[in-house]
Design a protein. Structure first.
Lengths: 305, 305, 305
């Protein structure tokens, strides 16, 4: 999430009553998760196992639970609970506020776009031209939709991500303040769920087509001209490259990369990165020609005379 | 889709600026896909591989991208892009129009039928007697519902089918102008999606019962007294015969036939036609007694002392 | 379901024109299914195979299709069709009535709870404090929601259970008159379906977190601090104990018990009870370390040089 205007290190630290390492006026442009963080942004880390990853990321500020050495180009904010304070900073800049209207008055809607009855549209949503948004759709805050987009009934764009920290006694939610971006010529079926990024943008790339009852997790980026069949579930933080074809009821675990033009056959369960242009099958998924050989050998063993 | 009144070959051809082979006044009653086309109707074909299938179908008119020899009982319409022109003809007879009202004023509703709050009903929908349509349901244009039907909250009846042509640079949608027919005594759970036929009718047969979160693809015909558990996905153009039982999370690929009284065990993935009265399991699904033997042999091999 | 006030054996029997065995004034406090029945309540049984189970249950009254010997502490109601008469008694005490308002006027809502636009709330629903109910949610009659609960858009709480009796010529629905209870600090994603109990209470325990597109069947009880990922399907009458973790697209068959802290890996299909603290995988699911060994042996056999 980019701040509306840059903030100083001093100001952000004072929001959460934290000490910091760096110049008072160190400029901060936004806040983000480790998967998507860019220069100028804050990232958080609360486990020594991931300290290096955070320190070596593109982040300019690391919100961390220990004062450690770091490059002079980066600043640190020292917190006894970076997870809690990440939520506090996010809530400060994007507080959830109840909405009375079915359609927020600040929505921007392009020419020839049709909004059918009973669509809920949250604040600061942008919708391009020549779109059709069918009845009973929900578009949560900050959703961005391009031109020539079709979203069928009952689909929820921009629900909160499923991201929790186990506190032992209970789970704490990492609150979602990111958004969803749906590029031009995308079509999405009925009763799908596309979660917003926690701090970044869940994206469905230009010309991709999604069938019904599909789950797309927070911060996942789907490339251009993908074809995704019904009841597919894609977890959070995945990178689905361009022209990928995913058949029905496939599941893809979080933070995986699926190469360009990969094809994933129905009901496969993907638990590792997949290469460009290959066809996969099975749960756990592997190259389909290998899996077919495995299925054949089992049948031979079981049914031999 | 049947036209409101018969059309001549000359008139239909002029709509799309196409040449034709046949009598100017050759009567055309409607338009349909190859899976469902009937006498008097137009079908389209744009790949030489399927020319014979189209020419030998029940269709009376073939919208085709090459002038070829055909039976004197059939007419041809010659188009450089039959897919595009099929869409144009469909859109001419059933243009999608935005609707302002939550319930279209032309809906026909039978006696003692209850429509709970916040149901969207499109144009020319018919609902029989003694039905309950729960809140947040969507019934798209032309849906037909019999008597004693229950549809639970959030279910979408008549969403557009998932049917695209790969143009290389992008996907083109085959626009849906068909409908959904739900026969008497059918009950459908919450948050299901039943897509309308592309030009024909997706049907759920008398007395069938569907649980929650089920996908039924375009033009699929489900028979009478079927029982379908939660999260089942049935692709487009399937024929599910009578008294079929399908357990949870089963997936069925497109254009398959499932025989009468077949039973498909949970999570199976069906990739071929299934016979009457047999029980199936696995992904890809096979007769369950065979699959059980395969599972046993694997366990024996893996865990032998 | 508890009756608003206790009823006599004579009165209940007269409702359905049935004979009975027991004192006219035998007190009856409610009615329930065999899975959940308690002392003071009626249970029904219509197959000799289950007579003993019903007679030995905690039920005080057995609605049965044959006069048989039973303990003097129990009463019998003799019916030629206990299934039909169970429905009749239920309908007498909890008749479904159409609702005109989007939010029933008798709903109780706690402090600081936010109800976003376009939420449907049925009669006698209670919602605690500090909750957020997002747009397009449906809360059916008698739903109880604790404090600090979040329910995201499109989710349906309290749909009718999927429970039918095969009459040969058709299926008869066991009508749902139970409810759903969602305890404190539960969070539920978008487009989920949580069915009400048939006569009892479907429960989601304190602090449990559910992702999107999840199915929870009638009368299932989910314990405290469970984590359930997207597209999981849990059938009816299950007992999911505390701190269970269920990954994406898992299916769990009806009436099973999942032990405390069990972990079920993605896409598993659970067909038997699972033990505490173990990790499971596969369809049908088994201990994951066993299944991994099986997968390894298949790969070795298929791909050996």
């Amino acid at each position: 999430m980019k701040f509306a205007e840059p903030q100083t290190l001093k100001k952000i630290s004072s929001l959460i009553n934290a000490k910091y390492v760096g110049d008072d006026n160190f400029q901060i442009e936004g806040i983000n998760e480790i998967h998507r963080v860019k220069k100028g942004e804050i990232v958080f880390v609360d486990h020594p196992k991931y300290y290096d990853k955070a320190l070596q990321s593109a982040a300019s500020v690391v919100l961390i639970n220990k004062k450690i050495a770091c490059s002079p180009e980066k600043a640190l904010i020292i917190s006894d609970d970076p997870f809690r304070d990440f939520n506090l900073i996010n809530a400060h800049f994007r507080k959830f506020e109840p909405q009375k209207e079915m359609i927020s008055p600040d929505v921007l809607i392009g020419e020839n776009t049709i909004i059918q009855p009973n669509v809920y549209i949250g604040k600061q949503v942008k919708i391009g031209s020549n779109c059709i948004i069918f009845s009973n759709v929900t578009l949560q805050d900050y959703t961005e939709i391009g031109d020539n987009v079709i979203i069928q009934s009952g689909t929820v764009i921009g629900g909160d991500g499923f991201y929790y920290k186990n506190r032992g006694t209970h789970y704490d939610r990492l609150k979602s303040v990111g958004n969803v971006k749906i590029e031009d010529n995308v079509e999405i079926g009925s009763n799908c769920t596309v979660d917003r990024g926690v701090t970044s943008t869940t994206t469905i790339g230009e010309g991709s087509k999604l069938d019904n009852l599909i789950q797309v997790g927070h911060d996942t980026v789907i490339g251009k001209k993908c074809l995704i069949a019904s009841q597919v579930g894609i977890a959070g933080c995945c990178n689905i490259k361009d022209e990928v074809v995913i058949w029905g009821q496939v599941g893809i675990a979080s933070s995986l990369t699926i190469g360009n033009k990969a094809v994933i056959l129905a009901q496969s369960g993907v638990s590792k990165n997949l290469e460009n242009k290959k066809t996969y099958f099975g749960s756990p998924a592997d190259e389909s020609k290998k899996v077919m050989k495995e299925l054949a050998i089992i049948k031979r063993l079981a049914h031999k005379k």
